[in-house]
Design a protein around this ligand. Structure first.
Ligand SMILES: C[S@@+](CC[C@H](N)C(=O)[O-])C[C@H]1O[C@@H](n2cnc3c(N)ncnc32)[C@H](O)[C@@H]1O
Length: 268
């Protein structure tokens, strides 16, 4: 038994506990999450495209998707004609087992990425870091595995937004596993990269719009993506979606979703 294992109160033990709890959540609900993204591949398209824009992937680059889940980001990259060699890393092998489109899929923890220094031309991480015990460590790991001249980028829900309140309120109350994410604003996200030694740090706080054909599609997407319990009433969910700001547009419905993106260049 290592000293780490024998000290359940240590910071390492608590990070391991959190990682294992989160893995259990995604082992349990990854199937429904992937199902939602597959059925409605355009719903979250804007946020995927924003993250990819931060990475500015060169052609044929080998790049890493951290917390890849079911492969939403790589599917966006393919839709945008990015050929490269994407590699997935996720704590949940079960979640990852459904991901297609990667040259390699690896089960591993974002606080200790199982790759050598400079293994990738870029590293991205979408909708993941709000559950990290030590987000600075995640970002410094992303910078470590990115080769000089490449960029690392994260994108997540913005602190103080309705999306944050929805996740830590409604989703927390209506799922078996609950939800308690720690979100940040753009300056704080940028700091993670600056403290990790990243250069040319770029940040943006941006309102993206989730897209649906109709409000009933939105309701179905929300149920599946967030793994809501069966006893969640449609009326309650509809009220929450309305509160988030769903509105009709010329070609369907849009839902505002405030996010923060941050990225940095790895110095040569
Ligand atoms: C909300 S999903 C996002 C999935 C994907 N990036 C997307 O945008 O659809 C969060 C992902 O983070 C992964 N994850 C959670 N904790 C992790 C950890 N400690 N190391 C690596 N991945 C982790 C989960 O298994 C899950 O796949």
């Amino acid at each position: 038994v290592s000293s780490r294992e024998s000290d359940p109160g240590s910071a390492t033990a608590s990070a391991e506990r959190a990682a294992s709890e989160y893995r259990t959540i995604f082992d349990a609900r990854g199937g429904r999450y992937n199902h939602a993204n597959r059925l409605f591949p355009d719903a979250r398209a804007e946020e995927g495209d924003r993250l990819l824009a931060h990475l500015s992937l060169p052609d044929r680059v080998r790049w890493l998707d951290v917390g890849a889940g079911g492969g939403f980001l790589v599917e966006r990259a393919a839709a945008a004609g990015r050929r490269g060699e994407p590699v997935a890393c996720d704590a949940s092998a079960l979640f990852l087992s459904e991901a297609r489109g990667y040259a390699l899929r690896t089960a591993g923890d974002y606080e200790c990425l199982p790759f050598p220094d400079g293994a990738f031309g870029a590293a991205g991480c979408l909708a993941v870091i709000h559950h990290a015990e030590d987000p600075e460590r995640v970002v410094s790991e992303m910078l470590r595995v990115t080769a000089p001249g490449g960029r690392a980028a994260v994108g997540d829900v913005a602190a103080g937004s309705r999306a944050e309140r929805f996740l830590n309120g409604f989703v927390d109350a209506h799922t078996e596993e609950g939800h308690a994410g720690r979100f940040r604003g753009a300056p704080e996200a940028g700091e993670l990269f600056a403290r990790g030694g990243g250069r040319d740090v770029r940040t943006e706080a941006v309102r993206v719009f989730w897209r649906f054909g109709s409000s009933s599609d939105a309701r179905f997407f929300f149920r599946e993506l967030f793994g809501l319990r069966g006893d969640t009433e449609d009326a309650d969910l509809d009220a929450a979606i309305d509160w988030l700001g769903l509105f009709e547009s010329a070609d369907g419905c849009r839902l505002p979703w405030d996010m923060v993106f941050a990225s940095a260049l790895v110095g040569v």
